[in-house]
Design a protein around this ligand. Structure first.
Ligand code: G6P
Ligand code: MN
Length: 446
């Protein structure tokens, strides 16, 4: 099997390759084509992957390509993990947001809309290219904002594009570990919402829902990251476990304050960290060790301002080990390629899973995966208090897609002004003006 990774010079590629190396089953991926616009990063990435493969029999062959069509040829699976405008763009979004008194995080509020507006033209071109060059390939989308981008790409690729995020499975893993359990056979997670906007509503182990057991005990709730972030009292009031990104909504004021106090935004921090990483890795004889150190640093500083605003201190050591999204991606590929039925939380068109939402709205819900793709399991339950938020944010996503695909500035304004994290139409207009003045690639909006 052949896998093409678009954005293959990206920082998280080694996680994917390491997961492929762990797969010893017949029919595994045997060749990986890394596609990226940056030749030097590709070369360094190839060295890191070679170091990972050292001593492993039959490691997947790696090729590098700056020409996407060349890399895509013959692909059975395509991972899309691009960052249009780079971390520089992300840093601009954060600063524009802060300048106007709103959160500029890359997937929620202004940051999410602005990043999507930059990204959509590129991912739609990619979707067209895949359709032309590798029409039978399945596209697994990691590009953020992942739900919105998946919904847009599905206009071209139908159900052959599936979005992935590690946060639902991470939440499930942490909640299970509070009970001394792990994700595995016999465990069924109930989860419903949109990407970065969902709730875990059930944790069935051998048919018995253990979520009430978690909710019963405040100490148990606060033994894991989301429990500490939202606090046991609030989680018990909700009766469900919120995705960590909902913290931007439930503690908007406090996170904004903490963002304003921080000496550097997240993207600024990562820009400095990544610049050092690439400079060191290019010349280093052991680029894998350099990468691992940078990965650990990136993980341990993840969502730092949220944690700071909640006063909860450092991350748990076992949350710093990855195994999140690359394991979901591997399970998804295997499920499709070998018709191995598995249950995964994925971003796919709703198709009735959440009864009151449109069929073609991409949602993040448990799916059964088989050779025909990912099928959402009916009966996903968004808690009552979340319905309004899901409806509004889906509207925002769709106006953003309309803007991104049709070039409508009015649709972009509608998206921003209706976002629950943007509290005035005047501010929405000012944000849009700042974004179009900052990013030449948004000149398509008229
Ligand atoms: C989590 C989210 C991803 C996001 C990443 C950001 O894994 O689910 O959607 O890309 O965190 O982490 P970063 O290190 O870039 O702030
Ligand atoms: Mn995510």
């Amino acid at each position: 099997m052949r896998l093409a990774v678009i954005g293959g010079g990206g920082f998280r590629t080694p996680l994917v390759y390491a997961a492929l190396l762990r797969d010893r089953e017949p029919g595994r991926v045997t060749s990986v084509a890394l596609v990226d616009v940056d030749e030097q990063r590709l070369a360094t990435m190839a060295r890191i992957l070679a170091a990972l493969a050292d001593g492993v029999d039959d490691a997947p062959a790696v090729t590098t390509h700056t020409d996407a069509a060349e890399g895509l040829r013959g692909a059975d699976f395509v991972f899309s993990a691009v960052r249009v405008g780079g971390l520089e763009g992300r840093a601009h979004d954060e600063l524009i947001g802060l300048a106007h008194g709103v959160i500029g995080q890359e997937t929620v509020g202004f940051g999410g809309v602005s990043y999507a507006l930059r990204t959509l033209p590129t991912v739609m071109q990619l979707a067209d290219l895949v359709k032309r060059v590798a029409p039978d390939a399945w596209v697994i989308n990691f590009t953020n904002p992942a739900g919105l981008v998946t919904e847009a790409m599905s206009q071209v690729l139908g159900n052959r594009v599936i979005g992935i995020c590690d946060s639902p499975i991470g939440l499930a893993r942490r909640a299970l570990s509070s009970l001394g359990l792990r994700v595995g056979p016999g465990v069924e997670v109930e989860y419903a919402g949109l990407n970065h906007l969902g709730w875990l509503t059930g944790l069935r182990v051998d048919g018995v829902d253990l979520l009430p057991e978690v909710l019963r005990d405040p100490a148990r709730i606060e033994s894991f990251e989301e429990g500490r972030l939202f606090g046991a009292e609030w989680i018990r009031a909700l009766g469900a476990l919120p995705n960590e990104y909902l913290h931007y909504y439930s503690s908007r004021r406090e996170v904004l304050h903490s963002d304003q106090l921080a000496s550097r935004t997240r993207a600024r921090y990562l820009l400095d960290q990544q610049a050092r990483f690439w400079a060191d890795a290019h010349g280093d004889r052991n680029p894998l060790a350099v990468w691992e150190a940078a990965r650990l640093d990136r993980e341990s500083t993840y969502m730092a301002t949220n944690r700071h605003s909640a006063g909860i201190g450092e991350r748990d050591e076992h949350d710093l080990v990855s195994g999140g999204y690359e394991d979901v991606a591997l399970a998804l590929m295997r499920g499709i390629a070998h018709d191995e039925r598995s249950r995964l939380i994925l971003n796919v068109p709703n198709a009735g899973a959440i009864a009151w939402l449109d069929d073609d709205a991409v949602v993040e819900v448990p799916c059964v995966v088989d050779a025909a793709g990912a099928h959402p399991v009916p009966g996903a339950v968004v808690p009552d208090f979340g319905r309004g938020l899901v409806t509004t944010v889906k509207y925002v996503e769709r106006q953003t897609i309309l803007a991104g695909l049709g070039g409508s500035r009015t649709a972009a304004l509608r998206a921003l002004a209706h976002h629950p994290l943007i509290d005035s139409v005047r501010v929405a207009r000012a944000l849009l003006d700042s974004a179009t003045a900052t990013f030449p690639e948004l000149s398509y909006l008229v």
